[in-house]
Design a protein around this ligand. Structure first.
Ligand SMILES: [Zn+2]
Length: 181
């Protein structure tokens, strides 16, 4: 579970059957995380956090909570924009080129701009909202082409190229951006 804190931003709460009280640590991304006994409610987790605030500030090497909060806010905004825009753009190209997918999902972490699973679910990274439109379109066309070719064969690239003649350039320019938010 995630709790929202005015000082630390999103705090990751892990329930552990072995935990006796609350223990605080730092996640790999620099976020505050806590492990708590399995029965702990969000309300109780917030109380644990409130009573340990001073010790957390003093002892844990957290990333600047203000920048963490700014990142959370940015992620929320990107997610909102992505949900408004990406399904519409995906639908547009799918209709234009006669593709059928089952659904679209949104991702926000990691190193991938998009993916296409064998059950025809297309995932698009919300970070796409931060790259120039031609590069965004290239990713969408790339994932759509995977509906017909689940690999990166010559036939796959020929199909991408048929819909995005400048795909090589777009693919190269995309490397200057990172999909992680
Ligand atoms: Zn691919």
């Amino acid at each position: 579970m995630i709790i929202e804190d005015k000082e630390f931003g999103e705090v990751i709460v892990r329930k552990s059957p072995l935990a006796r009280g609350a223990r605080f640590s730092v996640s790999p991304s620099g976020r505050l995380q806590m492990s708590v006994p399995a029965y702990t409610s969000a309300f109780l987790a917030k109380r644990f956090l409130a009573s340990s605030r001073a010790a957390i500030r003093e002892k844990l090497p957290l990333k600047d909570p203000a920048s963490q909060r700014a990142r959370d806010a940015k992620k929320k905004l990107l997610m909102k924009k992505a949900k408004e825009y990406l399904p519409y753009r995906l639908e547009y190209f799918a209709k234009l080129y006669g593709y059928q997918y089952s659904r679209v999902r949104f991702s926000h972490a990691g190193t991938r701009w998009g993916s296409c699973s064998s059950n025809q679910t297309i995932s698009l990274n919300i970070g796409l909202m931060q790259v120039p439109e031609p590069l965004r379109d290239y990713v969408i066309l790339h994932e759509l082409a995977h509906l017909n070719h689940m690999d990166h064969s010559a036939a796959f690239w020929a199909e991408v190229g048929a819909h995005d003649p400048r795909y090589k350039d777009h693919r190269r320019r995309l490397k200057q951006f990172s999909p992680g938010v």
